[in-house]
Design a protein around this ligand. Structure first.
Ligand SMILES: [Mg+2]
Length: 182
């Protein structure tokens, strides 16, 4: 996996120069392995169980997640959920239920669910004023390609030439580095 470091640095510099206010920025959060623990390494057991009723509804929420999203909303950021759904009879309804249950301050219209196989990035209408928090390499490189900032959610502390967090609390300092006005 290779990141286009030149492009990434350029996007970050452009973002910093604008000195945006939180109200001008939308932060999109992936769900599986970003807000909730799906399976860190895509183990076969989870890949089988994800088709079963109750799987998505019961995924454990990372402990810091409600606080971080609420706080970002209080700071004025637009917060949206952006998650891909497998083509099962349960995935869409259970993902919506999960958000309403764990993050009741997110209205249903701010939950964007993408059909399996479609490009998530196409669902971000204003990429240059958007930040995507996601664990998936393809989505992170995708958002930079259209001029938005990607923050990689990771389970390892492996060094990468991009903004990354292993705990979402790390987002606050990344937003400061992006020169967003309070
Ligand atoms: Mg994910």
């Amino acid at each position: 996996m290779k990141y286009n470091i030149k492009l990434i640095n350029q996007v970050i510099r452009d973002f910093q120069q604008h000195s945006y206010r939180p109200q001008e920025i939308t932060i999109y959060f992936d769900m599986d392995n970003t807000l909730c623990l799906f399976s860190p390494y895509g183990d076969p057991d989870s890949l089988r169980k994800m088709w079963h009723k109750g799987f998505y509804r019961n995924l454990p929420c990372f402990r810091e997640v409600p606080y971080v999203l609420k706080e970002l909303k209080n700071q004025g950021f637009n917060i949206k959920i952006l998650s891909s759904c497998i083509n099962s009879p349960y995935c869409v309804t259970e993902k919506i239920e999960w958000v309403l249950n764990h993050l009741p301050f997110i209205p249903p219209e701010d939950i964007v669910l993408v059909p399996e196989g479609e490009d998530k990035i196409a669902y971000i209408p204003t990429p240059k004023r958007s930040i995507l928090v996601d664990d998936f390499y393809k989505n992170i490189t995708g958002i930079y390609r259209v001029g938005g900032v990607g923050i990689k959610k990771t389970f390892s502390n492996k060094e990468r030439p991009i903004p990354q967090v292993s705990n979402l609390m790390g987002i606050f300092s990344i937003l400061q580095q992006l020169n967003i006005k309070k």
